[in-house]
Design a protein around this ligand. Sequence first.
Ligand SMILES: [Zn+2]
Length: 250
Amino acid sequence: MKLIKRFILPFSIAFYIILNLLPAVETASVPCDKTDNDMRVYLTFDDGPIPIITEQILDVLKEYNIKATFFVVGKQIPGRERILKRIYKEGHSIGLHTYSHKYTKQYYSDDALIKEMLKTREQIHGVLGISPSIIRFPGGSMNRLSGDLLAKLHSNNMRVFDWNVDIQDGKNGSTPVNKLVRNAETFKPGYTRNIILAHTNSTNINTVKALPEIIKYYKGLSYEFVPILDNTPEYYFKFKQPVHTNNKPN
Ligand SMILES: [Zn+2]
């Protein structure tokens, strides 16, 4: 007992004091969705990896030193592992966008959707050794996501990300560049976290061309480009509600 009082106890107290005096250190190696800037923009590209277009998008992002998010389709990966590796190596984040991208197949049931996401996750793991947790529904979660499905997705470590800005390059890849830029600039006043939907299909040549203007526009407004990470707050459309209704990703 004497020994405890004389040596161990004072030593423990001193150790405790020293520990508390040390400044809080953030782990530098863990990417964190936290910046000094409140105005954030998440540039997201669906449907890749695609030769040439995805690579050209990566070139532009590199030129402007921007990190983005790529929601990839499982069936697109075989033979294009090099592009997937490049996305990852250059610091962009990777999310799941189903395996088949076939609406009748993936939306046949909740389980069918989860199965497709898991299959794509496995594929990515096989190439990169990572298991993405961020997902995007092809066509968005609107009228597809229910409380039940959301709970199932969460139990599979999947978090849903829709968007609140659509440049509208999905259905028509040949939409003029200036229209794509204008679409990218359309957001509700007060949005401080804009999630921009863009695509990286083989037809999206104009998306590549519009990208520098979109980047310059948001930079001019002091937005910071950040990728969607594991700690980014989930963002999905309200269940059974149209897009852009009272749905602020803040
Ligand atoms: Zn898609």
